[in-house]
Design a protein around this ligand. Structure first.
Ligand code: SAH
Length: 347
């Protein structure tokens, strides 16, 4: 296991092997959360720093970044220790900065509209690698003088399916919210899933209670089967039941993500069906303008059509909004930039 992925108990075991006093575990944990390498851990004896430097760290480096001229969104490409490349995005809002991170290199869910899945899943990310994306952004963008840190909110909404990398994701949530670590409150963390229902139920029962987003994108099985292969394993009814359960157990409002796709899921019949299906669930619908993926023949709808769809949902009594687009000038969305860079690398 890489050092970044370890909790204090696991670090204690490593340090015990190196004949070190136990209090060192917390010191190492605190340094790692600040994105420091063992060589930089200045309150440790030099010999220990050298020993720790021999172990795998699991830390990502910034490979490339682009800053949006429109809204100062920063899109990062991170390079992992094995040379793989993944994306992350830092967005600034009035309440703070939200970091969107990936949970896998690629994705194997096969959603028709998503660029992250075009080449399948290369591997899972470790908890430490996910943590290191936040640490790298923290170092890249120093926090304002009146703040403790740059990244105040986290969404697990980059490439990959978080619940397909269950153990590492849950470990990450524990590490990043630990009071001796980055101490980012679970209230400020969201996880987004395409609907692995068995894992979602497990998550409800045993994981820290973060905000849940469900990528629904269709009001019924007929449409969802066409665009999201996972629906053939867990259908809309089963998914909505699991989402309802999450909302009830955690007392948190669930977010349903719904990308409006032309001639697919965006007419008024769909809006009515969706309203009916979601009735009684403590939820909010986030309508997403589709980012066209040139590899697939799918297009978004106009602003006007999106607004009509929204009005129909709210008229039907649902809470709903259209998601603000950020970083559209820097390929901020879903696997787009990574894909471009991999293509360029191949050439
Ligand atoms: N696997 C997880 C998280 C990654 S995708 C999930 O499915 O939720 C993050 C969000 O981006 C999901 O809601 C996904 O459906 C959406 N998304 C993917 N491709 C998109 C595109 N081309 N346009 C708009 N949203 C997209």
């Amino acid at each position: 296991m890489d050092l970044m992925s370890m909790d204090i108990a696991e670090l204690s075991a490593v340090l015990k092997n190196l004949n070190q006093p136990l209090y060192r575990a917390k010191q190492v944990f605190q340094w790692l959360a600040k994105g420091k390498t063992p060589a930089e851990m200045s309150n440790l004896p030099l010999s220990l720093r050298e020993e720790l430097s021999k172990l795998p760290l699991g830390s990502a480096k910034i490979y490339d970044k682009r800053i949006s001229k429109k809204d100062s969104t920063i899109k990062y490409l991170f390079e992992l220790e094995d040379g793989n490349i993944v994306e992350g995005v830092l967005m600034s809002y009035h309440y703070g900065n939200t970091m969107c991170i990936s949970t896998q290199v690629g994705c194997r869910m096969g959603c028709l509209f998503c660029a992250s899945t075009l080449n399948g899943c290369v591997r899972d990310l470790s908890a430490g690698e996910m943590l290191s994306f936040i640490a790298a952004a923290e170092k890249d963008v120093p926090h304002d003088a009146d703040k403790v840190r740059t990244v105040t909110n986290i969404v697990l909404m980059g490439s990959g399916e978080p619940l397909d990398n269950y153990d590492n994701v849950v470990k990450f949530l524990r590490l990043v919210s630990h009071s001796d670590g980055m101490n980012i409150s679970v209230r400020n963390i969201s996880i987004s899933t395409c609907g692995l229902v068995d894992k979602l139920n497990k998550f409800t029962d045993e994981a820290p209670h973060v905000t849940l987003s469900v990528s629904l994108h269709a009001p019924n099985d007929e449409i969802r089967n066409k665009i999201m292969p996972i629906n053939k394993r867990y259908n809309v009814l089963q998914l909505l039941e699991a989402a309802r359960r999450y909302a009830e157990v955690t007392k948190r409002r669930v977010i349903f993500e719904y990308a409006l796709i032309k001639d697919m899921n965006s007419d008024m019949t769909c809006a009515d069906m969706l309203s009916k299906r979601l009735r009684g669930i403590n939820c909010h619908v986030n309508l997403i303008p589709l980012n066209d993926v040139k590899e697939r023949n799918l297009n978004g709808v106009s602003r006007k059509e999106a607004e009509l769809f929204l009005k129909r949902l709210t008229d039907n009594g649902l809470s709903a909004t259209i998601r603000r687009e950020m970083g559209s000038d820097i390929e901020g969305a879903c696997g787009q930039l990574r894909r471009r860079v991999l293509e360029e690398k191949q050439k």
